[in-house]
Design a protein around this ligand. Structure first.
Ligand SMILES: Cc1cc2nc3c(=O)[nH]c(=O)nc-3n(C[C@H](O)[C@H](O)[C@H](O)COP(=O)(O)OP(=O)(O)OC[C@H]3O[C@@H](n4cnc5c(N)ncnc54)[C@H](O)[C@@H]3O)c2cc1C
Length: 288
């Protein structure tokens, strides 16, 4: 196997253009599993770990631009206050060793419906920045992911970064697994309260071909908060509204039966996660 290495972003783009079959490797926590089990043997790999641009983050036009190669450990430590939903999700990824190596760029590259970083990106209307020698394009994460383990990365492109708004209210992420750590989600839910635009965003993970935004549930709860002036009064959300929110999240899911759980269980669990995460986040907002 040929391994291409460079420490400049420009050269990485040039190598990808001249070797379109070269498979990029960042943390390697997905890729090396495939290699070690003999499921995948690319002729050429492109090592991205030495490129400083990929591990940088900073503000850009009122949003945050986070390099595709920022590890989960760094996201938690350095961006936990600005991106709390993504930080909670990052804490559930693998083990400390996996979080030290694994990156959101790799989660986007693998495009698994169970990728834990993905629902928080959806709940923050994130965009993915793709680059090639031809230029840069930014596309909404919901368009980037086109199906299970599929994305719209062109063969000469690399994932440069993702862009999203810093939180202006509480954010939550909850994941169901068969044990507490080192587990692929049976299902998950990311929830973000956006007081600035008086909205709530919710996104389901691991219960459909891609993460699924829960538009109807979001519109319903925004209506309740508005109608009862809960943004102003900061009183608890009525139980009936929490129940209905859970039902609408449940209805948005498109799960299958597989080794990790049944579709029926996933539907049920998502209703519970929806009520729970909304209660946690709204309580945090009320008491802030
Ligand atoms: C023990 C274990 C536990 C795990 N637990 C979890 C978990 O709880 N939750 C979870 O979501 N995942 C989990 N994973 C999977 C994995 O850690 C994550 O998907 C991680 O985000 C992958 O990132 P990486 O940098 O290691 O990707 P890599 O393995 O380096 O790459 C993954 C894919 O993305 C592509 N890629 C990477 N970077 C770029 C780029 N900049 N441009 C273009 N393509 C790119 C690669 O070509 C490859 O196709 C686990 C893995 C292991 C081994």
């Amino acid at each position: 196997m040929e391994v291409l290495q460079t420490d400049t972003w420009q050269e990485a783009l040039e190598l990808k253009a001249t070797h379109p079959d070269a498979v990029p490797i960042a943390g390697g926590t997905d890729l090396m599993v495939e290699l070690n089990f003999g499921r995948f043997r690319p002729a050429t790999m492109l090592d991205l770990t030495r490129i400083p641009e990929l591990t940088a983050w900073g503000p850009e036009n009122g949003r945050l631009r986070v390099g595709a190669g920022v590890s989960y450990t760094r996201l938690i430590a350095e961006l936990g206050d600005r991106l709390p939903g993504l930080a909670v999700a990052s804490r559930t990824v693998g083990s400390p060793q996996i979080r030290n190596r694994g990156t959101v760029g790799g989660n986007l590259g693998t495009a698994s419906p169970a990728g834990d970083a993905l629902p928080p990106l959806f709940a923050s209307d994130a965009e993915v920045e793709l680059a090639s020698l031809a230029g840069v394009r930014r596309i909404p994460v919901g368009e980037f992911l086109t199906g299970p383990k599929r994305n719209c990365l062109a063969e000469d492109e690399l994932i440069a970064a993702f862009h999203l708004a810093p939180a202006d209210g509480p954010q939550q992420f909850a994941k169901i697994g068969t044990r507490n750590a080192m587990v692929i989600a049976v299902c998950s839910l990311a929830l973000a309260i956006w007081p600035g635009r008086q909205g709530v965003a919710a996104c389901i993970g691991s219960a459909g071909p891609t993460p699924i935004r829960c538009g109807e549930a979001e519109r319903f709860i925004a209506g309740v908060l508005d109608e009862h002036d809960l943004w102003g009064r900061r009183t608890p959300i009525p139980d009936a509204a929490l129940t209905r929110f859970g039902e609408l999240v449940e209805a948005a899911a498109r799960p299958i039966d597989d080794v990790r759980g049944t579709a029926r269980y996933r539907h049920h669990a998502l209703g519970v996660l929806a009520r729970r995460t909304l209660t946690w986040a709204w309580e945090a907002h009320r008491c802030a």
